[in-house]
Design a protein around this ligand. Structure first.
Ligand SMILES: Cc1cc2nc3c(=O)[nH]c(=O)nc-3n(C[C@H](O)[C@H](O)[C@H](O)COP(=O)(O)OP(=O)(O)OC[C@H]3O[C@@H](n4cnc5c(N)ncnc54)[C@H](O)[C@@H]3O)c2cc1C
Length: 429
């Protein structure tokens, strides 16, 4: 008789607390008398493939994800549980697991993009019972008053629906389930450990981010303790500064911190320190993220096509020289060049800077917007398929922007957001 296992397939949710997929998998394992097996895959489609000649995984993201998995493995091991890591696509890893175990169920975080959805379908087609659970959204699908086909076409409409009275409330965060210690039977051919991949944290980065649940919670607590949240709306558009915005994005994107936890902590902060427009505005930005998560699922593959979800011509070509100039930060437009150099060296740039460089790529470098999205994918430490491709499509005018795209006057923006040239001098020296 093969031992029975329930697999918790870790995709982009690298944490134990408030993790509905882990909760569900652990409950299934306990009720069926099976062993819970956490499994993470370094999928070749993501880790080894290229798009438009660019790597899908860059050094900043790889470094952060590796730290997340190491941290998750430590957190599991303190509870007597292992984390199996495979360098294969999940379906291949599961087929191999079937040689040694009876795989009762596979539970995973719900896919955001087309590739992850197809991956789930491939697992199911191999005869595995595979269920997906929302782990990194504020709302469960059942809480929304629309289905994906009826998803409001713009953020404003989406926000009005979820905020209307009585609004929808995110479920309160859940605690870590009690895990039963793993048995000793090894996974066939496991990768026993993963060496740190990619570079160390760039010394240039303003807010050093290390992957993992503990460092996410530590950073978030320090941000709340600093009381910067009380003036977030006034500073969030700044190009630099350690507390001008929350700097939570990498931890949210790799699922190290639960967005519902962040939401409830903001409500708690409002009770203690007082609510104002700024404290609301961070929740407003989390709703943008939420919108893009559902939007990405609703648009499916159309989010990645040249004409975007709106099936509109955005112009632009694939000229290699113009692309190299833009991506290296050699355009001659100093605000864009500074931002691209910050991105290349650190894997991060502010939201304002992202909008400016995207506007330049589409409307001044006249390149296909997808080259910009793919370049961000390969560079950002906080890459999130929904937020990245959704924002790029928005700026290019083929996505959710009711105004049909955003063209920024880059000189005006530089004067407004970098009046003393502090940011530009820092990155262009
Ligand atoms: C072209 C472009 C590409 C982007 N790509 C990504 C990406 O791959 N991953 C990513 O997390 N964000 C992306 N963003 C959104 C945004 O720029 C970053 O989330 C933000 O700059 C991260 O800094 P922060 O955590 O300090 O944000 P804060 O201002 O503190 O906001 C808090 C959180 O809200 C969410 N958020 C804020 N603004 C947005 C937004 N416009 N869209 C979606 N979520 C938002 C993020 O999770 C962020 O961490 C992109 C924006 C643009 C214009």
């Amino acid at each position: 008789m093969k031992p029975e296992i329930v697999v918790w397939l870790v995709r982009d949710t690298c944490r134990l607390s408030d993790n509905p997929a882990l909760q569900y998998a652990s409950k299934m394992a306990k009720s069926g008398g099976a062993q819970l097996v956490p499994l993470a895959c370094l999928e070749p489609r993501r880790w080894a493939d290229k798009q438009f000649g660019l790597p899908r995984v860059g050094e900043h993201w790889a470094r952060f994800r590796t730290e997340c998995l190491q941290s998750l493995r430590n957190d599991l091991s303190t509870r007597g549980c292992g984390l199996w890591i495979s360098a294969e696509e999940p379906v291949r890893a599961l087929i191999r697991a079937r040689q040694a175990f009876r795989v009762c169920t596979v539970i995973s975080d719900a896919p955001l993009g087309t590739e992850e959805r197809l991956e789930t379908e491939r697992i199911q087609a191999e005869g595995f019972q595979c269920e997906v659970v929302n782990t990194d959204e504020l709302f469960r699908f059942e809480q929304l008053s629309f289905d994906l086909v009826g998803l409001p076409a713009t953020f404003s409409k989406f926000r009005r629906i979820v905020e209307k009275k009585p609004g929808i409330s995110p479920d309160p965060p859940q605690s870590i389930p009690k895990l039963t210690p793993s048995f000793d039977q090894p996974w066939p051919d496991p990768i026993e450990w993963i060496e740190p991949l990619g570079n160390q944290i760039s010394p240039e980065i303003e807010v050093p981010t290390r992957g993992g649940e503990a460092s996410a919670l530590e950073h978030w607590k320090a941000y709340l303790d600093s009381r910067a949240l009380s003036h977030y709306k006034l500073t969030r558009n700044a190009l630099c500064g350690p507390t001008q915005s929350s700097h939570l994005s990498a931890w949210l994107s790799h699922g190290c911190i639960s967005v519902r936890q962040v939401w409830y902590d903001i409500l708690d902060y409002e009770r203690r320190e007082g609510a104002n427009e700024s404290t609301y505005w961070l929740r407003f930005e989390l709703l943008w993220r939420e919108f893009f998560h559902w939007y990405s699922r609703a648009c499916d593959w159309t989010l990645f096509r040249r004409r975007g979800p709106n099936d509109k011509d955005a112009g632009g070509d694939h000229n290699r020289q113009r692309f190299a100039i833009w991506s290296k930060g050699d355009t001659g437009c100093d605000i864009v060049d500074a931002a691209m150099r910050e991105l290349n060296q650190t894997g991060w740039m502010s939201n304002r800077a992202r909008q400016l460089v995207a506007s330049h790529l589409v409307y001044e470098s006249n390149l296909d917007w997808r080259l910009g999205a793919a370049y961000f994918e390969s560079q950002l430490v906080d890459f999130d398929v929904a937020s990245n491709w959704g924002n790029w499509a928005y700026i290019a005018g083929v996505g959710a922007d009711p105004r049909g795209g955003r063209i920024f006057n880059l000189n005006d923006q530089a004067d407004r957001y970098d009046p003393d040239q502090i940011y530009r001098r820092r990155w262009l020296q």
